[in-house]
Design a protein around this ligand. Structure first.
Ligand code: AMP
Length: 170
């Protein structure tokens, strides 16, 4: 299946110069969405994972489906002030300014094997901050996984030694 044919390029969204990779055509087509989850399920079924950690908000869509498919935990990483319990937070640099992500401090069992999952690896700041959150919460990141990798932004450099995988590359 040609997954790229279900990704819509939206130029100048959310701001000028960004080509937004819109996943809604893929989510609308059940065969394509299921194909992605099955592909990831096949890849990770023997990885002895305990949890999928995914970032707000598009990561939740794939992360929830994959965690259920694999029969393992789903753990959300969210923007500040959204999680109701005690949190650990990580702040990371953006092109202009900073951003912060949070995880519940008791969400990950000590030594748990975790898959970090998001829709897009762009500059890598979001994924790198999430990896740090998982490690500070006591988990081990087995791999960071993305539906799409925007290779020209070199985000993989920020992941340092964490193995990463993407289904499609641009
Ligand atoms: P980054 O921290 O730069 O790797 O950005 C990753 C986050 O921003 C992911 O959660 C993506 O959902 C989102 N993102 C970045 N660039 C794009 C893009 N071109 N199209 C869609 N989402 C993007």
């Amino acid at each position: 299946m040609d997954i790229k044919s279900y990704i819509r390029d939206v130029p100048d969204f959310p701001k000028k110069g960004i080509v937004f990779k819109d996943i809604t055509p893929l989510l609308k087509e059940p065969k394509a969405f299921r194909h992605v989850i099955q592909l990831l399920g096949d890849r990770y079924k023997n990885h002895k994972l305990d949890a999928v950690v995914a970032m707000e908000s598009r990561g939740f869509i794939f992360g929830g489906a994959l965690a259920t498919h694999l029969g393992i935990s789903f753990i959300p990483v969210r923007k500040p002030g959204k999680l109701p319990w005690k949190t650990i937070c990580e702040t990371y640099e953006l092109e202009y300014g900073t951003d912060t992500l949070e995880i519940h401090e008791d969400s990950i069992g000590r030594g748990a094997n975790v898959l970090v999952l998001d829709d897009v690896l762009a500059t890598g700041g979001t994924a790198a901050a999430t990896i740090r959150l998982v490690e500070r919460a006591g988990g081990k990141v087995t791999e960071a996984c993305f539906l799409m990798h925007l290779t020209f932004l070199n985000g993989q450099q920020k992941l340092k030694s964490t193995p990463f995988y993407s289904i499609i590359q641009y």
